[in-house]
Design a protein around this ligand. Sequence first.
Ligand SMILES: *Cc1c(COP(=O)(O)O)cnc(C)c1O
Length: 350
Amino acid sequence: MTTHSAELIVDSSKIISNISHLKSLLTSDSKFMFIVKSNAYGHNLKEVVNNLENYVDAFGVVRMDEAILVREISKKPILLMQGIYTDHEITAASANNIQIVIHNMNQFELIDNKKSQLGLWIKVNTGMNRLGLSKQELKYVYEKDFIKSDSVLMTHMACADNPNDPMNQIQIKNFEEAFDITERKLQRSICNSACLINFPELSYDWVRSGIAAYGGEFRDLKLETAMTFRAPIISLRTIKEGERVGYGGRKKAEKDMKIAIVYAGYADGIPQTTVDGTKVMINDEYAKVFGRVSMDLVSIDVTNIKKVSENDLVTFWSEHLPINEFSDKNGLISYELMTRISSRVNIKVI
Ligand SMILES: *Cc1c(COP(=O)(O)O)cnc(C)c1O
């Protein structure tokens, strides 16, 4: 570590074991596309791809610069998951052998229909109403022969994290109808992480998994948080009963207390809205956030921590303190915590 700073340590072996667990849930010999959009969910795209290359079948991203960066490291298939928007992107996709998602009719025109040599994933809207062709549009392009036989028919599930939501069955049925329209000939891909865990029978030809591979969101599985986010204590102080801490004096001491001031704030990726009582770890003991998070600092109640000194590290999440604890307590999702860690945090990938 070069300067005193918050730090992020990414343990690739955790991602590898998470992926191996996820693969064990598959009911068919589906291929595993590892989703590495948004800088590998904040885990460092380049190093994660380097370390995971041999464990996955393909990589999924949403920006061309990330696709090209992955291509420089790996020969595996790469999918640009939200499609292309400019001629420049089409040229870059062709030049780098990057497959693209087509989710609306304009994109078919942009790629000049079947003249294109690009690998295509055709996204259909099955009920999420975000991206994807309607069944009518799918029928039209299929009959016009715009879809090549090696294409993948895909959709995205809106509620797969809640298996009882009726939306799941509606989407499954609509996807079946879309598959019929294409004469049941294309490859298929439905599952993100939640779908793969709750509906493994929908794994088909490709699963596209991000968050579970990084150990986010799912509590009851053998999935471990692959990143450790921590920062050093730069000041320790005692305060007297009745004294207040931080901006707005949000927390007031009910008794004499010991407070640790930690060198990480919302500019590093600790949400400004973090609530009092959010659990952190210091030297294998739990402590709690006490007072409002500021740009560079967080205050922690360490009154009951036996051994604590300046420079000790405070962990916000790690394999021992799952990121879901932090996100649940704060009404956030682990995806957001992972992707908001800022560039001033020192990162090390092992
Ligand atoms: C991000 C993304 C995924 C991965 O979702 P997770 O919930 O992280 O597994 C899969 N498919 C598409 C189209 C995505 O954009």
